[in-house]
Write a protein that binds this ligand. Structure first.
Ligand code: APR
Length: 241
């Protein structure tokens, strides 16, 4: 069985990392056009660095939660049964990896990596970035940026994502509002291919009407329940009968 799971900010919410569009969310407090576009970085690099340095520190201080751990169990459990989990995340945090997931496709890039705008080299970087940061590959300063996908830039790995989605036996969206394409269009593509679809979210998303089944509630309860159901482990303690 191949399951395609798409995750969004909601899966990291109970780890203390904010979402974007919920009340108090990041894009409710900050203007993404001033902080999350290549033009913003060219115009105000220090302001953009300060914003991402703050978010990077938040990720360093956060811990994976039971939902991240459940998806790591799902990956191992499916592989043990000759199946496959394709985990595609819109999130730029590293909580899936720190929970034990071994194959994570970050379609919006990774906050814990830095990329040089001069030579293109990308490397792990958990520390603050600034105009004084030198590229370890070419040595230039002033051009290091968070290796994330900004508005107006092309999401990553779209061909591999499309191939995996078309080959899936089940499509599951977890913790995403369905507000941003191309990720928000994955459910329609799955439906068009006759693939069953399931939404796991705190509340119905913008694309809720396109899902065959749904489980609404906090990810730290709903995702372990889902994984237990898939792996045949029966209901987890505290979940609904
Ligand atoms: N458990 C499950 N779902 C939750 C929880 C929770 N504890 N808390 C919030 N949610 C849900 C919300 O109901 C909402 O539908 O998570 C979703 C978060 O939606 P957004 O804030 O829009 O985040 P996301 O869907 O990941 O945004 C997509 O937009 O700005 C870009 O690059 C950014 O990757 C991001 C993309």
């Amino acid at each position: 069985m191949t399951i395609f799971v798409l995750t969004g900010a909601g899966i990291s919410a109970e780890s203390g990392l904010g979402t974007f569009r919920d009340p108090g969310g990041l894009w409710r407090r900050f203007d993404p056009m001033r902080l999350a576009t290549p033009e913003a970085f060219a115009r105000e690099p220090e302001e953009v660095h300060a914003f991402y340095n703050l978010r990077r520190r938040g990720v360093r201080e956060a811990e994976p939660n039971a939902a991240h751990a459940a998806l790591a169990r799902l990956e191992a459990g499916l592989a043990a049964r000759g199946g496959r989990l394709f985990l595609c995340t819109q999130n730029v945090d590293d909580l899936h990896e720190r929970a034990g997931s071994r194959a994570v496709v970050h379609m919006h890039g990774e906050l814990m990596r830095a990329r040089c705008t001069a030579c293109g080299a990308s490397r792990p970087s958990a520390e603050d970035l600034g105009l004084g940061t030198a590229c370890p590959a070419c040595g230039r300063r002033g051009g290091m940026r968070p290796d994330v996908v900004w508005f107006g830039e092309m999401p990553l790995h779209l061909e591999a994502i499309g191939d995996a989605l078309d080959a899936a036996d089940l499509f599951v969206a977890i913790g995403t509002s369905g507000a941003v394409y191309p990720a928000a269009g994955f459910v329609a593509r799955a439906r068009a291919a006759g693939i069953p679809t399931r939404e796991i979210n705190l509340a119905p998303s913008d694309t809720a009407g396109l899902f065959d089944t749904a489980d609404y509630g906090p990810a730290t309860r709903a995702v372990p329940d889902f994984v237990a159901e898939i792996l045949g482990e029966g209901p987890v303690s505290g979940s609904r009968p």
